[in-house]
Design a protein around this ligand. Sequence first.
Ligand code: C2E
Ligand code: MG
Ligand code: MG
Length: 482
Amino acid sequence: MNQKIQMLQAELRILEKKYQQLGKEVEISNDALRQRTLELERQKNIMKHQALHDVLTGLPNRTLLIERAQQSFQIARRENACCCLLMIDLNRFKEVNDTLGYYKGDLFLKEVAQRFRLQLRSSDTLARLGGDKFIVGLPYTNATQAKEVIKKLLRTLASPLTILNKQHAVQISASMGVAVFPEDADHVEDLIQCAEVAMYVAKKDKKTAVFYQSDMKRDSEARLSLVGDLKYAIEQGGLELYYQPQLLTKGDGLPSFEALVRWNHPTRGLVFPDMFIPMAEETGLINPMTWWILEEASAQCAAWREAGMQVCVSVNLSARNLKEESFVRRVRQCFERYQLPPEAIVLEITESMLMDDPQQAAEVLHSIDAMRVEVSIDDFGTGYSSLSYLKHLKVDELKIDRSFVMGMHNNENDIVIVRAIINLAHSLGLRVVAEGAEDQGDWDVLDNLNCDRVQGYFVSRPMPVQQATDWLKTWISDKIKP
Ligand code: C2E
Ligand code: MG
Ligand code: MG
């Protein structure tokens, strides 16, 4: 009996040991399980954060903004309150990237994000939509309060942004569009679109901030389809150059021409440049368009010269063209292709475009001058350039803006300005062209003031190429008549 008990006790001890062992193993695996769950949780949180935030700035992204805006719209609906969405796009950020490189461009964006963040309440959502585009969700905010937020955000950009231990200080501005819930739209996605449309209007009109209005969307849709049409026209030959002569006031020298672009729109008919050039500039289409214009004008100039008429043709450029890295090289190639001497094509750039980025313009003008190609400052008198600045620019001609010339009839001041510009240009050794001379009276005044060349309806309106060729031939044959 005793033996039996001893055996049972021994078995019990073995069982107890096994049980203890098992307990330990369970504890170990429980621990591992707990740790694994924690790790999974952590990874899930990281992934959730990544899905809802912008990697560069750490700000909420579009998805999180929509989620939060939906919540605040719900509350606002119940409480009859307003919310605002504010779309922000930095102006000329591409230039920062192009000049400083992407790494510094990224630092720059982080700095902007940080500055904005500091101006907002914790209940506001500042999100980055990508590139240099941000959006702010402002719960419990009406239009008047949104204006205050805009002021604060603009103020924060007023001092230059410094990056990399103040190695680079850059001044930046922004265009903002605001849409108000529930006035403008009552779904988040729609309201974002309204804010974006308003932001583009601000950009186009060079304003800092614009509030959405219902007719803007119709305009922007029409504009969008026009941009598509323009792109097609550039690629498929839907543009045409008209030529307007410039006559010398003194001597028998041949006239020259200014090439002016026209767009033959399939349904709208002939569209004038004042309508589509600003659009081409905003969308970047001005670059391919100018290359087409330069090519076409050079080919035409070469054709006239081959036919024995040694005329020069002026071509209008945009500030954006000067920013193209390959600009000077491509101009040179164009001259080579058509075997044109440097004086055959004059490049016109408006005074206000020169003043847009004077330093860069000066560099490009220097390279153009090295090719001995002539440059004219167009619409002179409207761009606020200082005279001392003008002295340092490599230019050959000033074109007096037509508003002064057309005003000479009934505004004595305009005659004074025209005279001053002519004298100034001559004292700097520059040629002067007056545009917008519409009658004999204008011609006589300009001739008396010693203006070198005159362009305007009095001489001729801009003409399609065949008509311009006929006009030129008639002018030459009239000259050689006894
Ligand atoms: P702009 O370069 O100053 O061109 C002169 C404008 O004045 C032309 O208008 C011409 O038709 C107009 N004009 C000439 N004489 C008279 C006149 O006696 N009276 C009046 N009322 N107007 C006169 P257009 O062709 O409509 O061009 C307007 C502007 O569009 C141009 O001003 C230029 O800034 C831009 N543009 C035209 N063609 C081109 C182009 O090929 N490339 C670029 N980038 N811009 C162009
Ligand atoms: Mg011009
Ligand atoms: Mg002009």
